[in-house]
Design a protein around this ligand. Sequence first.
Ligand SMILES: Cc1ncc(COP(=O)(O)O)c(C=O)c1O
Length: 413
Amino acid sequence: MSKSMVGSHAVWPHEDDPIFGLAKRAGEAKEKFGKEKVIDSTLGSLVDDDGNLICFDSVYDELKNLPNSEIAAYAQVAGQGDFLESVIEVLFKEYKPEGHIRAVATPGGTGAVRHGIWNYTEPGDTFIVGDWYWSPYQTMADEFERKLKIYPFFNEKGGYNVEAFKENFNSIIDSQKRVLTIFNTPANNPTGYSISDEEWDEILEIIKEKAKDKENKITILLDVAYIDYAGNDRRSFFKKFGNLPDNIFVMIAFSMSKGYTMYGMRSGAAIGISSNESIADEFYYSLSHANRSNWSNGVRGAMKVLTNLYRDKDKKAKYEAELESIRKLLVDRAKAFVDASKEVGLVTLPYRDGFFVTIPCENSKDVSEELIKDNLFAVPLKKGLRFAVCAVSKEKCAKSPALIKKALDKING
Ligand SMILES: Cc1ncc(COP(=O)(O)O)c(C=O)c1O
């Protein structure tokens, strides 16, 4: 008989998170060799050119000026009313879709993704995502006894693989009559790809076709954790989610981690859109119940920061200026990396926006170890190497592709 004390569903390998493990090694190298000698592209957090975490003054001045009671008090289970109203405006901007929209506060985008997977699938169900995906989707599938089916994200032309989506989506909906499909766009982690409006039209065509069968229940979960670093017009796809048949439910996982540099303050929201009011209400009460049972309520001070930065004209302007300057910094760094990759013949996945550029490759663990010899730390993924431009100066972004190409050639020949 097993000696485990935990329930059989909760026995997992004794492994620490590989990304945080690699970041620790990068930290040790910085101590040993000096931070200018180390390229630390491990964590998905914004770091300035001197290696310091970027923390928006507009955000932290606001937080620190809140009355203690506004930070200390419990929030409402679903989130503060003024936050829920503000977050909808902040998310959609001028692209708010038609329909009934509800929001529920969650601890980060993770909480919203969690609710999407748990609340919108049946036990044992399969949900689908493209094969370049954020690994906690798999962790959650395991934790919640769901299955994750992956399909090839890119086609041969380097665009979104609509055909592979269609095949997988159709086969799951035909067998389950219910499907949850996750899209992490714009500014996908790890590829930096953003699905275009034209690709969205094709995806929605496929989904609407299956929605003609009223027995089918389809949930689209949009994970937009990095949306604030994609240009504003990348929000235009939101308009497409209005007036859909009511057996297509759209849920958005919104995060304050990146857009407000509040990673550790654990705040975000789930936003639901339906053409049917009672389905929108069902979402609100279903997720409120899930909030109560998992973490009771969210971080009130973080909610207040978003509300105030949205509602006060001057604070809003200051916050938006800070965000825009960092967005531009990111664009410059990514361009330096992509241009240098072209120069040395290093193949990257098609980058559009966001924190990461990914190099598809085999033996990524060996390549990553080889790079550590040059004090370059990049995250090995199953099918590639993730380089976090968010964490590396432009100068080092320009230098890195040559080092990566050299390591790749050495390991893979
Ligand atoms: C793709 C993706 N989704 C969601 C999140 C959620 O982050 P948080 O829970 O901090 O909002 C992250 C953070 O790294 C992410 O990369």
